[in-house]
Design a binder for this molecule. Structure first.
Ligand code: FAS
Ligand code: PHB
Length: 389
């Protein structure tokens, strides 16, 4: 088989890149390890930056998002019983969109299938060959048969546990990592959201987040121990703990119900440098991970896709490779700012097991400064709605 861009990974990064390339007549093949249903069963991100909205519009996949998504102009912060709102729209002129990553992935699959896009599911043993040559290829097994795709470029969109990052030799790549001493226990419930905007709650018992997917589907998280397992938490125990961490005005009106999904996500900051090796380019979680606190995971995957898509267009349409050669440097400049914001926001909102009394005073002072200072709120808002591409 031959294509222009071989894309490893059929999550949001790989699908968005494939669909955008298609709009410019650039051919790609997507290789996905799982089945389509499995990919769509994963519950992940919920808050979208304007940059991602623009890309989905360019890809022709934004209609359902605009019809069913929620535009949020701000969010509520609480510290114990105290709460205050940060108005993103007032500070930046930009809102955020609340629309689940699962739905984006569903919309992208539909667009690729409508366009006759090539997506191979349930592939095994994917390998990248001759990445530093002008004629790379990708081999894989499907239904017990080995296949090879000859291509111009390889896009590694296969997430944190994929093979693409490993194709960059250890003596070429540098990895930066911070593992947080807690996780997020998240549930999905077919209940109305407790508030029309998100609530980020800092409490003496730990962090909590009240989010949503639609008017009858809510997403809630509580900070939990790394040793916890989802089965350690009954639904009732989860609801009781969530109520202890949010202001009583909201706890009293919280509508509870059975969880239809319950999972624990560990929190990690991680970056690989460089994000390219010869004609292999990494996008999204294949290259970097952020703690979900700042809702930057999916949104930094989107800016990577924007940079790579723009660079590939320049190559094919104008025979110009400058942006391809600068891809890693360009993408990393925005990624490190998202890593900083996610780390700062996580440090602000969570209880750390080794937190000293002084550390707690610093955290409380930072929260109080954010609560009372317009410049601090503007800076927070500019990061949350998304820094420029
Ligand atoms: P993905 O991991 O989504 O997709 C990679 C794809 O590659 C997968 O479908 C995988 O099956 C496939 N793959 C892997 N290895 C392969 C191989 N060898 N061959 C072929 N295919 C292969 N972000 C937020 O902003 N907010 C959140 O609340 C949030 N919650 C999260 C919860 C969890 C449990 C996780 C893991 C992540 C969460 N994220 C969140 C981050 C998440 O949304 C990612 O940023 C987003 O999925 C990135 O998309 P991709 O880069 O496409 O990677
Ligand atoms: C979500 O709705 O899943 C969500 C929202 C905001 C975050 C993290 C997750 O910061």
């Amino acid at each position: 088989m031959k294509t222009q861009v071989a894309i490893i990974g059929g999550g949001p990064s790989g699908l968005l890149l494939s669909q955008l390339l298609h709009t410019r007549g650039i051919d790609s093949i997507v290789l996905e390890r799982q089945t389509k249903d499995y990919v769509l069963s994963r519950i992940r991100a919920g808050v979208l930056e304007q940059g991602l909205l623009t890309l989905l519009e360019e890809a022709g996949c934004a209609d359902r998002m605009h019809a069913e998504g929620f535009t949020h102009d701000g969010t509520l912060f609480s510290n114990g019983e105290d709460s205050y709102r940060i108005d993103f729209k007032a500070h930046t002129g930009t809102p955020v969109m609340v629309y689940g990553q699962t739905e984006i992935t569903r919309d992208l699959y539909a667009a690729r299938e409508a366009a006759g896009g090539q997506i191979v599911f349930s592939v095994e043993d994917v390998r990248i060959h001759d990445a530093t040559s002008d004629a790379p290829s990708v081999s894989y097994h499907s239904n017990g048969t080995e296949h090879r795709i000859h291509c111009d470029f390889v896009a590694g969109c296969d997430g944190f546990h994929g093979v693409s990052r490993q194709a960059i030799p250890l003596d070429v790549r540098t990895e930066y990592e911070k593992v947080y001493p807690f996780g997020w226990l998240g549930i999905l419930s077919e209940t109305p959201p407790v508030h029309h905007e998100l609530i980020y709650a800092n409490s003496d018992r730990g962090f909590a987040l009240c989010s949503m997917r639609n008017a009858q589907l809510s997403r809630y998280y509580i900070q939990c121990s790394l040793s916890d397992k989802p089965e350690d938490w009954t639904d009732d125990a989860f609801w009781q703990e969530l109520k202890r961490r949010i202001p009583s005005d909201y706890a009293d009106k919280l509508v509870t119900g059975p969880s239809i999904e319950k999972s624990i996500a560990p929190l990690r900051s991680f970056v690989t440098e460089p994000m390219q090796y010869g004609r292999l380019f990494l996008c999204g979680d294949a290259a970097h991970i952020v703690p979900p606190t700042g809702a930057k995971g999916l949104n930094t995957a989107a800016s990577d896709v924007h940079y790579l898509y723009t660079a590939l267009r320049a190559f094919y349409e104008r025979n110009n490779s400058d942006a391809l050669e600068a891809y890693s440097q360009t993408a990393l400049r925005r990624i490190w700012k998202a890593e900083r914001f996610s780390w700062w926001f996580s440090s602000l909102m969570h209880r750390y097991p080794d937190q000293s009394a002084f550390d707690l005073k610093m955290q409380r002072a930072e929260i109080d400064f954010l609560r009372s200072n317009t410049a601090a709120q503007k800076a927070m808002a500019e990061n949350y709605v998304g820094l420029p591409y």
